[in-house]
Design a protein around this ligand. Structure first.
Ligand code: UN1
Length: 476
């Protein structure tokens, strides 16, 4: 069966077909998905533009009902959809099911937000005049999402876009069309009028470009690489469209001498290696004070040696495969670069399993310093480096010495250092005694510097991107 795109309330074949491959078993095709071309993307954009006037004026109760139905179905089908997600992306069944639940929770949250669109009222400085400040939908919103969270990231863009009365053209990543299609299929039965939500899977060069270039698309939210994000933003800003970017990270996790070693190792293993390290929030720079350094490295190596890398569908597996061949090659290249730059390496070898897939042992690079390429560039795999520092001040300086600024963390039992780090970290999200990855779904998500651009995603802060502010003056 060919899974089609959803445009103007109809399921349509594409211009080509995309085979969705299981990274844990590359002989297995998870499904076949229609690939749209630029003309179909245009069709979807026009449908979204035509649906906007009615949807923007629809009762918030209707929006609540549609989103709430989607939420309820995602939660009810989390085991089945988690399995699909694990098969196409490679994260473990526990991680994948958790991600579907998270997507369901996001829809629940934004269903409620549809009923809570508030404004302000002020006294004017001019006598006899009232001032009202209201929020209105922006219009057609283009959503471009990455492969590493195939259902949660689409959910946290689609749900607020619809909740606030916008219409949507959604382009998922080529590597994971299955979860996107399943979500679109649920949305198609949720009561949304035709054209309010459109799915156009297809190449970035055609579908993505059409979304970015169309004068009908008022705003684009993108999660992906810094290079692509910056390019899109250039085009969007040039034509005066609104843009929100979530891009890379090179997130520091500081471990001070006074840390609880078990807490620090848990945070580092989870942050660096779970989800195969394929998170923009991954803890990729472990900045460790000299008094705990050797004990930390020894404990990390022991835990890593015991981690089970394998088939995501096997309940014993803790780390699934890398998403594809080119990402695997990139991970291995970075391990080689680190070796040449003088790092010592534990793990990082390619692994063979029963099925042919992109399996790799997590890698810990030690004896690294912050100027090395592996500490400057995002790797996006199960590769983390350790940087030894003298004291807290050096740790903080190294943590902030990066072009990125998504998340950061510190493991310490000192309130003084924890408080100081929360204040002085140059990241958008700071964690104390927790991994840098793994966030709540009802709080603002986003970073600074090279990691993000534009307003925050998620929680109440999402409305800054998905609404336009209007100030009205009245002399009654
Ligand atoms: C998380 O750490 O729980 O692409 C979420 C990413 C982020 C999401 C991370 N946008 O990895």
């Amino acid at each position: 069966m060919l899974h089609q795109n959803f445009i103007a309330g109809e399921w349509l074949d594409g211009a080509a077909v995309n085979a969705d491959i299981n990274p844990a078993n590359i002989a297995e095709t998870v499904g076949e998905y229609a690939r749209a071309d630029a003309a179909q993307a245009e069709q979807a954009i026009e449908a979204a533009a035509a649906a906007f006037p009615a949807w923007s004026a629809a009762s918030p109760e209707l929006r609540f009902d549609c989103l709430d139905r989607v939420a309820t179905e995602l939660l009810a089908r989390s085991a089945e959809l988690g399995r699909l997600l694990a098969r196409e992306e490679g994260k473990t069944l526990v991680e994948a099911t958790g991600e579907v639940i998270r997507a369901g929770r996001v829809f629940k949250y934004f269903a409620g937000e549809a009923l809570r669109v508030t404004g302000d009222r002020l006294a004017s400085v001019r006598p006899g005049v009232d001032v009202e400040i209201t929020r209105e939908p922006e219009g057609v919103i283009g959503l471009i999402t990455p492969w590493n969270f195939p259902i949660a990231i689409p959910a946290w863009k689609i749900a607020p876009a619809l909740a606030f009365g916008n219409t949507v053209v959604f382009k998922p990543a080529d590597l994971v069309p299955g979860s996107a299609w399943a979500l679109a299929e649920i949305l198609s039965r949720s009561g949304l009028p035709a054209g309010v939500f459109n799915l156009v899977s297809g190449p970035g060069s055609k579908v993505g470009q059409a979304i970015v270039s169309s004068r009908h698309v008022r705003a684009v939210s993108f999660t992906g690489s810094t290079d692509v994000g910056r390019r899109l933003a250039g085009d969007l800003v040039a034509r005066g469209a609104k843009v929100q970017l979530e891009m890379g990270g090179k997130n520091p996790l500081v471990v001070l001498d006074d840390a609880d070693l078990a807490v620090a190792v848990d945070a580092a293993i989870n942050g660096a290696f779970f989800s195969t390290g394929q998170r923009c929030t991954a803890s990729s720079r472990l900045i460790v004070q000299e008094g705990i350094h050797d004990r930390f490295v020894t404990a990390m190596r022991e835990r890593m040696a015991a981690l089970k890398v394998g088939d995501p569908l096997d309940p014993a597996t803790e780390i699934g495969p890398v998403v594809d061949e080119s990402q695997l090659r990139q991970n291995c290249d970075y391990v080689e670069i680190a070796r040449k730059e003088g790092a010592a390496i534990a793990g990082g070898e390619l692994l063979e399993r029963e099925t042919k897939g992109h399996f790799m042992a997590p890698a810990l690079l030690t004896d690294t310093h912050n100027a090395m390429r592996v500490n400057r560039e995002e790797i996006f795999g199960p590769v983390a480096s350790v940087i030894r520092v003298k004291d807290y001040d050096e740790a903080l300086a190294v943590a902030n010495d990066t072009d990125f600024g998504l998340s950061s963390g510190i493991c310490t039992t000192s309130l003084k250092f924890a408080s100081d780090f929360k204040k002085k970290s140059s990241a958008g999200m700071v964690m104390v005694n927790l991994a840098t990855a793994g966030v709540d779904y009802h709080t603002p998500f986003g970073g600074r510097k090279g990691s993000s651009y534009g307003p925050r995603e998620q929680g109440a802060y999402a409305r800054e991107f998905y609404t336009a502010v209007k100030t009205a003056y009245t002399r009654p």
